[in-house]
Design a protein around this ligand. Structure first.
Ligand code: AP5
Ligand code: ZN
Length: 215
């Protein structure tokens, strides 16, 4: 049973590592970004609201996020634990979630903070492609799909996210600095923070995360 939060700037490799961690520890991967993108694709009221913010690289307002995540982790398929990728993203979200955990008599096990400098992140983000169907991330030069535009895993369409153009990425970095990076101090104080060097190759990053989380 593990409850883990993955923290890190845009493009740090949260999604990439989350898929592997969830598989190894048999816990559910919950990505708020993926949830919002699925809603945008389906054209739901939530998706329509979220899109206004996402396309500008801004955070979706806290009140649209907290209940959504708390409902999701209360479901049966989270009984074995879960990995939160992209949540919390503000001190408000973190303390709201802490209240939820406390009310339910449970706690987080670890907050893995994937650290990477912005000058490494920019080319990663601009070259990123994602499967529209299963969310698997690719990269045009470092990790292209075997057949251009087609997902290796599910055959879905591999596309570029609307928020991965240079201007929006730079805005997302700024939003991360202003609104999300204070969480590093927040979780340091609660003794949960586990920093990981995310500039290393993907397999090495994964190995270091596993060493930290244990068996
Ligand atoms: P979200 O989808 O969470 O985006 P993000 O945090 O900006 O993170 P990314 O998905 O861009 O990057 P990642 O860290 O997962 O990196 P990846 O593994 O893909 O959120 C999108 C938007 O939704 C937000 O802007 C906001 O509007 C909204 N939102 C979501 N959650 C919210 C919340 N809680 N509150 C409010 N709003 C919210 O890797 C990136 C690339 O690098 C890939 O191409 C990959 O192949 C490559 N790569 C990965 N690791 C390595 C490595 N070690 N070496 C070399 N290349 C690597
Ligand atoms: Zn796919």
């Amino acid at each position: 049973m593990k409850r883990i939060v993955l923290l890190g700037p845009p493009g740090a490799g949260k999604g990439t590592q989350a898929v592997r961690i969830a598989e190894k520890y048999e816990i559910l991967h919950i990505s708020t970004g993926d949830i919002f993108r699925a809603n945008v694709k389906e054209g739901t009221p939530l998706g329509k609201k979220a899109k206004e913010y996402m396309d500008k690289g801004l955070l979706v307002p806290d009140e649209l996020v907290c209940d959504l995540v708390e409902d999701r982790v209360s479901k049966d398929d989270c009984k074995n634990g879960y990995l939160l990728d992209g949540f919390p993203r503000t001190v408000f979200q973190a303390s709201h979630f802490d209240e939820y955990l406390k009310k339910n008599g449970i706690a987080l096990d670890s907050v893995v903070d994937i650290e990477v400098d912005e000058d490494i992140l920019l080319p990663r983000m601009i070259g990123r492609r994602v499967c529209r169907n299963c969310g698997k991330p690719y990269h045009v030069t470092t990790m292209p799909p075997k057949q251009e535009g087609v997902c290796d895993v599910c055959g879905g369409e591999v596309y570029q996210r609307a928020d991965d153009c240079e201007e929006t990425v730079k805005n997302r970095f700024k939003v991360y600095q202003d609104q999300t990076s204070p969480l590093i101090e927040y979780y340091k104080e609660s003794g949960l923070l586990a920093p990981i060097d995310g500039s290393k190759p993907m397999d090495e990053v994964f190995g270091n995360i596993c060493a930290l989380l244990g068996e």
